[in-house]
Design a protein around this ligand. Structure first.
Ligand code: GLU
Length: 458
């Protein structure tokens, strides 16, 4: 079989939407699975709506997701140009070919493509007038997801507007033909265009490529197609929120595709190996932002701690990161790595590791005050901790101090935990307490206990 050549053909008019990203991804996966080529072609014929910013956002987004293209803008290639706005001469050549073949005619300044078949007229209630229709033979669309789909066009259609601009159907087909595209992988919303495209391929003496119309992405409620305004719809947002790109990509792979073994979190090489259209569902996929965020958390958990700390440093305020030893940052991150869903949650989770002026949660304070003698306990444990001689201020030494205090008071070591957590962090939740005290260090812990004791007394 000849080399597989697929393309992603966006019209960059706005932000980079998960729907487009998923189309790009499925093309990329198929190219990488088959050892073929992935082409990026920019359908920018609508000059008013296509902006350089939108193109940049698209390319940044694709690169962030690791979707590298073999041919296209900034990559070059032998069948360019890769911007439709630069391909006018090629379109003209193919318009001439169609004219020469007798398959076109002009009407009201526009150029029409003529279908073959018996003609008849019918009243069109939409248009409120008689229209000419054609009994054209159905086109057989060889779709890798839906099987063979037959569709017959009924009316001649415009290929060049009276303004002189060639329409989408024509340029899309001419590009796929001249770029040697073997498989067209695109959203199901284009299925209704495909019989026109097949007509044009045949009129140009070419076999249409194979098609794969991928199911739509629905809102999380399942009601309606996902839009750019829905939560989690924009790739830009994941970049800004420092999501793990591999996690977002992994999630997008599962929007419509699944491996036969029910696995979800998979390294990309495994996905590439298993990806095919037999695994793509015919029914629409529901977008689930929570699931994506959960997947991000799983990826964050599995990062080596140094890599996690490096990423964390990008979202933490500079004054937190710059004033501490890198080892301290890594130790703090080691405590919270398994607990964050997204990196942008970090600053509020770890503030107290970096500054003494953290906020106290009043509800937690009140609850503590109702319990038996938190100040007495704080004084006792402070005295116990001060006696720790272990220069490592180890978890074992801390634990031992708690046990000794508890024994002396006739209680349990856990009696001290809620008060300790509140005194050092102002909150009622967080990482495991003793490892957290170890990371904070002796001076900070004793100082904060002093503040707590003094503050409650005053
Ligand atoms: N520019 C079209 C779109 O963004 C391309 C359709 C296609 O892939 O053929 O929907």
């Amino acid at each position: 079989m000849s080399e597989v050549r697929v393309r992603f053909a966006p019209s960059p008019t706005g932000q980079f939407h998960v729907g487009s990203a998923r189309t790009a991804l499925f093309n990329w996966l198929y190219a990488r699975h088959t050892g073929g080529k992935f082409v990026l072609r920019v359908e920018d014929t609508d000059q008013q709506r296509n902006t350089p910013d939108a193109l940049q956002a698209l390319m940044d987004g694709m690169r962030w997701l690791g979707l590298d293209w073999d041919e296209g803008p900034e990559a070059g290639g032998e069948v360019g140009p890769y911007f439709q706005s630069d391909r006018g001469a090629i379109y003209q050549e193919y318009i001439e070919k169609l004219k020469a073949s007798g398959r076109t005619y002009e009407k009201e300044g526009a150029l029409y493509f003529r279908l073959e078949g018996e003609r008849y007229t019918e009243f069109d209630s939409h248009l409120g007038q008689e229209v000419e229709k054609v009994k054209a033979a159905p086109q057989i669309i060889d779709d890798m997801i839906r099987g063979k789909v037959e569709r017959a066009e009924e009316r001649d259609f415009v290929i060049v507007r009276s303004s002189g601009d060639p329409v989408f159907h024509l340029v899309n087909v001419v590009d796929d033909l001249t770029m040697g595209i073997t498989h067209v992988i695109r959203g199901e919303d284009h299925l209704s265009n495909t019989s026109k495209h097949c007509e044009l391929f045949h009129a140009l003496g070419a076999e249409p490529p194979r098609f794969a119309h991928i199911p739509l992405i629905l809102k999380s409620t399942g009601k309606g197609k996902m839009s750019k305004r829905d939560e989690g719809a924009l790739i830009e947002q994941y970049i800004a929120e420092h999501f793990v790109p591999d996690a977002v990509r992994n999630y997008l792979c599962l929007l419509g595709w699944s491996p036969k073994n029910d696995r979800e979190i998979m390294p990309i090489n495994e996905i590439i190996r298993n990806f095919d259209f037999g695994g793509v569902s015919q029914s629409n996929a529901k977008f689930d932002h929570e699931k994506l965020t959960h997947m991000n958390a799983e990826y964050l958990k599995s990062l080596p701690i140094e890599a996690f700390a490096e990423k964390a440093a990008q979202v933490l305020p500079a004054q937190m990161v710059n004033d501490v030893y890198p080892e301290y940052l890594t130790d703090v991150m080691g405590l919270v790595q398994a607990k964050v869903n997204r990196l942008t949650d970090l600053p509020s989770l770890v503030g107290y590791f970096f500054s003494d002026s953290f906020e106290n949660d009043p509800k937690v304070g009140e609850k503590l005050a109702k319990k038996s003698d938190p100040i007495v306990k704080a004084k006792d444990i402070r005295a116990g901790f001060a006696l720790i001689e272990d220069p490592n201020w180890s978890v074992e030494a801390l634990e031992q101090a708690c046990v000794s205090c508890a024994d002396a008071a006739g209680g349990k070591k856990f009696d001290y935990f809620p008060m300790l957590r509140y005194a050092v962090s102002g909150s009622g939740g967080g990482p495991d307490l003793l490892p957290m005290l170890k990371v904070l260090g002796k001076n900070r812990v004793l100082d904060r206990l002093d503040t707590y004791i003094g503050g409650v007394n005053s």
